[in-house]
Design a protein around this ligand. Sequence first.
Ligand SMILES: CC(C)(COP(=O)(O)OP(=O)(O)OC[C@H]1O[C@@H](n2cnc3c(N)ncnc32)[C@H](O)[C@@H]1OP(=O)(O)O)[C@@H](O)C(=O)NCCC(=O)NCCS
Length: 217
Amino acid sequence: MGGPRNPLAAVVRAALPAGIAVGASTVRPASPSEPPQRGQHRAGREAAAAALCAAGVPTEQPLPRTATGSAAWPAGTTGSISHTDRIALAVAAASEGFRRLGVDLEEAAALPEGVLELVSSDRQLAGLAGVRAAGGGLPLDLVVFSAKEAAAKALGGPEAGPPSLRDIDVTLVAEHWTAGRFVARGPHGQVLGGRYLEAAGHVVTACWQDASGEGPA
Ligand SMILES: CC(C)(COP(=O)(O)OP(=O)(O)OC[C@H]1O[C@@H](n2cnc3c(N)ncnc32)[C@H](O)[C@@H]1OP(=O)(O)O)[C@@H](O)C(=O)NCCC(=O)NCCS
């Protein structure tokens, strides 16, 4: 389960600004009578509950789903969920501190060839040569893809589906061999600050816009 004692949650929490709480959970297989994605969904809700608890907003029922597919976060909070076959991660914060949050998890393996090109603008593609040349211990195409997914979730929500990944541009700034920060720019000029890191065999990206709507300096 999640919470401060979960090692993955602790590592991700340490990388993020104060005020963003993190929860994580392990995916258990769905029962034969359930749709296969059910186990991931359930672990995501457990991670969300752990993140909200860490944020000081304990919940009793799993978060409902909104019409756009996002989770309905309790009044006064915002958050985001991601899951793979193995783990689920969620971030949560008080709305008075953060307007938007997004998180994404990807198994740390090379992104299939051509995928990033499919979801990138010409401007994004022009910057990719620099990203690849920067090297590092992570598949950086995958980091860019994941950062786009995290930003799509932050920019989506109950009122709107996520924007197309093509309309989100990501600039990476490597800080360590397997971690760094990024800035994501949305289709309407929104600017999100973000962090990426490797943990538990996954690339983790998380991004945020503070309550003032200001992006990172
Ligand atoms: C919705 C989307 C962001 C989900 O991302 P994903 O990597 O497929 O899956 P993840 O496990 O990381 O995240 C799933 C969670 O995203 C959240 N989510 C779904 N719709 C959302 C929305 N409109 N806004 C914010 N979050 C949303 C949900 O909490 C979901 O988990 P749940 O169904 O258990 O509640 C993604 O499918 C998407 O639509 N991306 C943008 C569109 C695009 O250009 N896609 C091209 C992909 S090649």
